[in-house]
Design a protein around this ligand. Sequence first.
Ligand SMILES: Nc1ncnc2c1ncn2[C@@H]1O[C@H](COP(=O)(O)OP(=O)(O)OP(=O)(O)O)[C@@H](O)[C@H]1O
Ligand SMILES: [Mg+2]
Length: 365
Amino acid sequence: MAIEFREVTKAYPDGTVAVDELSLTVEDGTITVLVGPSGCGKTTSLRMVNRMVEPTSGTVLVNGADVRDADPALLRRGIGYVIQHAGLFPHRTVLSNIATVPMLSGWDRRKALARAEELLDTVGLPAELGTRYPAQLSGGQQQRVGVARALAADPPVLLMDEPFSAVDPVVREGLQDELLRLQSQLGKTIVFVTHDIDEAMRLGDRVAVLRVGGKLAQYGTPSEVLRHPVDDFVAGFVGRDRGYRGLSFLSAEDVRVEEVPTVRLGETGLVAAPHWRLAVNDRGEPRGWLAPESGVDGPLAESDLLAGGSLYRRGTPIRGALDAALSSPASLGVVVDDEGRALGVVTASQVLDVIERHPEGVAAT
Ligand SMILES: Nc1ncnc2c1ncn2[C@@H]1O[C@H](COP(=O)(O)OP(=O)(O)OP(=O)(O)O)[C@@H](O)[C@H]1O
Ligand SMILES: [Mg+2]
């Protein structure tokens, strides 16, 4: 179900123009992220989709139909809405919170609660939490319940207003992963609001950058916005380190992978060698590094090795290759195949060569 804004303007009664002639289309089954500084009209734009705010002029269409022609209560039942701090009802249990919309839609209580239990699992929460009250959950758990509640009636459209901004960065990343996983199964049409550009780039199929005054500055894929910001405002907003962020969109495919001397766990009689050796287990998976000039008398054990260094998988973004090289005690980034077996190594300077050549042809998005 596509969502279309056609020259939508919202001026509040005090004269504040929150949204100014916004035109953009959110394609069916995709995530569009609205991103921009505080007060640029993100929440107002979102709320015009479910008629919590009415436009001053212009039209919002959901699935080709003008939302003005829909009954607001019915419209909202078909559109999931998730907000910061989850907005749960404090005096209702978790299950009863999740079952809210199905009950409003006339489902019987048993069926609605059964659906709620299923959704707890879908969003990765244990069944025991169902009988608790929101205040007895962590912030991240509350947000998951908020997502479950929005999904309860299986709406084709989800509106999410800074749903993860109240939780710490680690929990937030978990929630983002969960949302991407759910989306790959559910294929909803999602409008997601954030002021966090990294979150926008991570989640969005397309990203709409708004500026204060409610004007759309740029609308495109994350890669387009990062590589070709239309003006200084967008360039500034996507950040000074956008060269580094842009690495997410270059593939590591072009980095030459070198062979590396390897040793096997359990191998005996290892004499010292002048170079680093990569230790692998019986399956060929990297387990660590044997430092130069170290020999091992007995069978090679993990305790003889220097751990450390992230791994990256062939064909993944080049950022992973650079991280692997920079984090390796041997300064050699280990590349593995889909089964996790070591294929070889790359150096940071080989990765940087590829980045510096910056061939547009290796864009991976
Ligand atoms: N009910 C209202 N009456 C008057 N002005 C309003 C009202 N709601 C929002 N505004 C103004 O409209 C502009 C856009 O507000 P909006 O809440 O859409 O911004 P936002 O991008 O969601 O900001 P934030 O990132 O801080 O949530 C702001 O200047 C705000 O003060
Ligand atoms: Mg807002």
